[in-house]
Design a protein around this ligand. Structure first.
Ligand code: IMP
Ligand code: MG
Length: 184
């Protein structure tokens, strides 16, 4: 009997940002957050799954007492385009009166960030700010004020350092861009 095999459709990509370049950006961001939130004991609220590598590095670049929580955001779209958003597994602690830093790997249209910020505001935190490693400003559909934006990126689909294409490539230690094979 012929066995069913899952064929992995691998995607060609090219390097955009090296590990060292990423670390420099995160070191600066961690220093800024440590200064801005001195005596505030903030909570890093990571948006899974894309944030997980970034959160691990960012929290180690922060020198003040900091807590960490996660929320899951899943978008049922195509490989490249966002679809319907669902949120699950919110933080287990009370956010009322707390300073929240919502951490994303990449902000694209802004739909995920806006939806999470709205959900968080109903929990009456003392403050909510957005932190993202990569910022696709040119793709924004909703107005967003991002206090900590690491690296601006063009309208490329980026992978690696926690970010996926069809759930793969999260383990790349650098950030690459998927090469559009339909382009001239
Ligand atoms: P939004 O469009 O800002 O809501 O972004 C939705 C989510 O899509 C992000 O949190 C990422 O998980 C994912 N996403 C957007 N752009 C990229 C990309 O270039 N590479 C990988 N994931 C992406
Ligand atoms: Mg994804």
């Amino acid at each position: 009997m012929k066995s069913e095999s899952t064929s992995l459709k691998l995607q060609p990509f090219e390097l955009l940002f090296t590990q060292n370049e990423i670390q420099e950006v995160i070191t600066d961001m961690g220093a800024r957050i440590s200064k801005d939130y001195e005596d505030k004991n903030p909570i890093l609220l990571g948006v899974l799954k894309g944030c997980f590598v970034f959160v691990a590095d960012l929290i180690r670049a922060i020198s003040i007492p900091t807590e960490v929580e996660f929320i899951s955001a899943h978008s049922y779209g195509s490989s490249f385009e966002p679809g319907t958003l669902t949120l699950s597994g919110g933080p287990e602690i009370n956010l009322k009166g707390r300073h929240i830093l919502m951490v994303e790997g990449v902000v694209d249209t802004g739909r995920t960030a806006v939806s999470i910020v709205e959900t968080l505001k109903s929990m009456e935190p003392a403050s909510v700010e957005i932190v993202t490693l990569l910022d696709k400003t040119g793709r924004r559909e909703l107005l967003l004020d991002i206090k900590y934006a690491g690296i601006p990126v063009k309208d490329d689909f980026v992978i690696g350092y926690g970010l996926d294409y069809n759930q793969l490539y999260r383990n790349l230690p650098f950030i690459g861009k998927v090469i559009d094979q339909t382009a001239e």
